[in-house]
Design a protein. Structure first.
Length: 95
């Protein structure tokens, strides 16, 4: 895939969106899945809080920790579930 148009075409045809430690793409991955009504599974990892100064929790605080990142991602939709999986390191699966 060499251009955004082709990438979007492929994504729109997929049946599920999966992100295993997607770094900065975790929020966009979930946004895309929700917008296009596609099931998703995402194991977020690094917070990259300096790259995303506008990420805020409902209380207005900036997302700086892994726990806050998971909370922020889960706040995108009330039906987002969380499962802890048997994996070393960051192991919180959102779906």
């Amino acid at each position: 895939i060499l251009d955004a148009s082709t990438a979007m075409s492929v994504l729109l045809q997929c049946s599920v969106v999966i992100g295993l430690h997607p770094d900065q793409a975790a929020g966009s991955l979930i946004d895309f899945a929700l917008e296009h009504k596609k099931p998703f599974a995402c194991i977020p990892c690094c917070v990259y809080w300096k790259s995303f100064p506008r990420r805020r929790l409902t209380d207005g605080s900036q997302v700086r920790t892994y726990e806050q990142l998971v909370e922020w991602l889960k706040s995108k939709h009330p039906d987002i579930q969380e499962t802890i999986i048997d994996l070393k390191g960051q192991n919180r699966l959102l779906w």
